[in-house]
Write a new protein. Structure first.
Lengths: 435, 189
């Protein structure tokens, strides 16, 4: 058996070669998984490939994904993007940074619906990129706000990441959902503050909002948003209330979106099939990557690479704060190769006991992990939001990474804040439990 | 031949869409069933629809440029180098897919031979939904080979020619702030 350290380096090089030469991400993940299994483990690569990809592909939790994407595609083909702009723009238009805040708030709203960072990014991006473009906004900030705020989907409930964490760490999922709310709002505020400061320093990045409206007009415009917000609230409410599973809620969302589209007169056979086929393309792409990532995770598990890295950290015997610094670095590093779920699942068996032993609250650690994973979504070469934005804008990955970098550091700041004030995570849960 | 292949990709794509609708339909059946007092377990059928939708949509999504990849090197390469890199991408992907197809067929055969059924209420024989995985992999393999052949006959592979973009693609190297004026210029070209 080759030493896992060497294997890690080899796999890293193979992954870099495949991705850099333009091989599709899902195929690259599958190929590196194959190399890991075939050359560095005694496990049967072929049959594991077929069975792992199959298992990852009919996962019940994943069925919500194409439905939420479809719902987004339907809403996208109504006048939602215009209504969102018309409704939100008078509210945030006067703030420095203007309509860029619509990106951030739109992602916050959509994240609550979609529960997936790539979907949030794709849905809001499809709506807002052309609009902001048309109005002459700075492209880097447009892409950056989307990449950063798109990751809110991991944190703001119903979050798939929080569900995965809850299962592996044996922490209550409803408590995790409640713990995620304030940090999510905090990140939104941090992003908005950053955009405001940028716009204040350089007004060119955000053209002034020129429309002058009286109060009546403002209210009329905001009313346009109500049906959609109601639909979103309904979807979330049903999940929160335990009345429906995310997939059932997503189905209601699709039906609701169809009704909204029909009542606004924008539902035609052409728009229906367009939306459906658009959903096919996005959900196929994401599901294929997730299947590839699942296979890579299994393969990596067999080589022992992730375990060796985590064990190395364990042997340094650090204080809780030092441990968190090291873990943050570790997750950011792992996030360069692995998707968030794989990262969490692979490291959990080593990291969670370590964290527990260091006296860190596992509920708090769940929120911390998800924010770090959010950061991993915008680090290359494997950053799902970067890929989504790449396919949306046609810009190259370096440019998108550079545009996203400030938001990466804002999330780092977010982590520092929840380390300094753990109450942001824990207070709402304590309030809930005491009742 | 060209028409037959395109029909195959689009046909599989439409099936993929129908299976996506199928997820919603099974869920609605479950909810309605629950309200009417009888049990329909759609956990598995929804999962099977999801898998079928994903695999049958693979080739269609490829042709429409829906699968994500890092295009940095390719965008900046000259026409000849670019063709070589595209050829390499297509060959690696086709090789990988052929391997995956072989083992998918093996898995289908295995589940058929040993009568593997799903653990849920419906006890669906596993070979049926797994067949979608093998068929989808086969169609994707055909599409990759199709593009590999096409690479020598035409300038651009289908997934680059048909890709949808919201912002205009940039031809020049390096970051430059894109202004409205430049877009107007690009639009006029």
């Amino acid at each position: 058996m080759t030493d896992p350290g060497t294997v890690a380096v080899i796999l890293f090089l193979v992954m870099t070669l495949l991705l850099a030469s333009g091989i599709w991400v899902a195929v690259s993940l599958l190929s590196v998984g194959f190399v890991a299994l075939f050359f560095f483990s005694p496990a049967p690569a072929g049959s594991l490939l077929a069975s792992t990809v199959w298992d990852a592909s009919w996962n019940w939790a994943l069925t919500a994904l194409p439905l939420f994407i479809w719902m987004g595609e339907i809403l996208f083909r109504t006048r939602l993007s215009e209504n969102m702009f018309r409704g939100l723009s008078p509210v945030v238009g006067r703030l420095p940074g203007g309509l860029l805040h619509v990106n951030i708030l739109g992602c916050g709203v959509m994240a609550a619906v979609a529960g997936s960072s790539a979907v949030t990014c794709a849905t809001v991006g499809r709506m807002s990129v052309p609009e902001l473009k048309r109005r002459g906004y700075d492209e880097r900030l447009t892409i950056g706000t989307l990449a950063g705020s798109g990751t809110l989907g991991l944190l703001i409930p119903p979050s798939i990441m929080l569900i995965v964490y809850g299962v592996i760490a044996q922490v209550s999922i409803s408590r995790l959902f409640i713990a995620g709310v304030l940090p999510g709002i905090m990140l939104i505020l941090l992003f908005m503050a950053y955009v405001a400061v940028r716009a204040w320093m350089d007004p060119k990045v955000a053209p002034p909002f020129t429309e002058r409206l009286d109060l009546r007009e403002k209210i009329l415009r905001a009313l346009n948003l109500i049906p959609v917000l109601l639909l979103i609230a309904l979807v979330i409410g049903f999940i929160y209330g335990g009345l429906a599973t995310p997939t059932e809620a997503a189905t209601m969302g699709v039906v609701g979106a169809l009704i909204l589209a029909a009542s606004s007169g924008s539902l035609t056979w052409a728009s229906f099939t367009d939306a459906l086929m658009g959903a096919v393309r996005t959900s196929t792409m994401i599901a294929f990557i997730l299947a590839g990532a699942a296979f890579l995770s299994i393969a990596m598990g067999f080589t022992g690479v992730p375990r060796v890295i985590a064990a190395e950290v364990d042997s340094w015997s650090l204080s809780p704060y030092q441990l968190l610094v090291v873990l943050t670095l570790l997750y950011i590093l792992l996030g360069c190769f692995l998707d968030g779920v794989s990262m969490m699942v692979l490291t959990a068996s080593v990291v969670l006991p370590m964290v527990d032993a260091a006296g860190i609250d596992l509920l708090w650690f769940g929120i911390y992990t998800v924010i770090v994973v959010e950061m991993a979504q915008i680090t290359p070469p494997v950053g799902f939001n970067l890929f989504v934005l790449q396919s949306l804008t046609g810009r190259d990955i370096l440019r998108i990474t550079a545009a996203s970098a400030p938001f990466f550091f804002l999330m780092l700041l977010g982590i520092v804040i929840i380390v300094a004030v753990p109450g942001i995570v824990l207070w709402p849960v304590e309030l809930m439990v005491s009742r | 031949m060209r028409r037959a292949l395109d029909t195959l990709y689009v046909g599989a794509g439409v099936l993929s869409g129908l299976f996506l609708v199928g997820i919603a339909v099974t869920i609605i059946a479950q909810v309605v069933g629950r309200m009417a007092g009888f049990t329909i377990d759609s956990t598995e059928t929804a999962g099977f629809c999801l898998a079928a939708s994903t695999f049958l949509g693979l080739a269609y999504t490829l042709r429409r440029g829906g699968h994500i990849r890092v295009t940095l090197a390719i965008r900046h390469a000259g026409p000849t180098v670019r063709k070589v890199i595209e050829g390499w991408c297509l060959l690696v992907a086709a090789g990988g897919m052929a391997y995956f197809l072989y083992w998918s067929v093996d898995l289908v055969w295995f589940s058929w031979r040993f009568d593997e059924v799903s653990p849920g209420l419906m006890a669906i024989p596993f070979w049926i939904p797994r067949l979608a995985m093998a068929v989808g992999a086969l169609i994707l393999l055909i599409a990759l080979l199709d593009d590999f052949v096409g690479l020598w006959l035409q300038d651009e592979p289908s997934y680059e020619a048909n890709a949808e973009r919201i912002l205009p693609t940039e031809d020049e190297v390096g970051p430059s702030p894109v202004t409205l004026a430049k877009d107007a210029e690009a639009g006029a070209r």
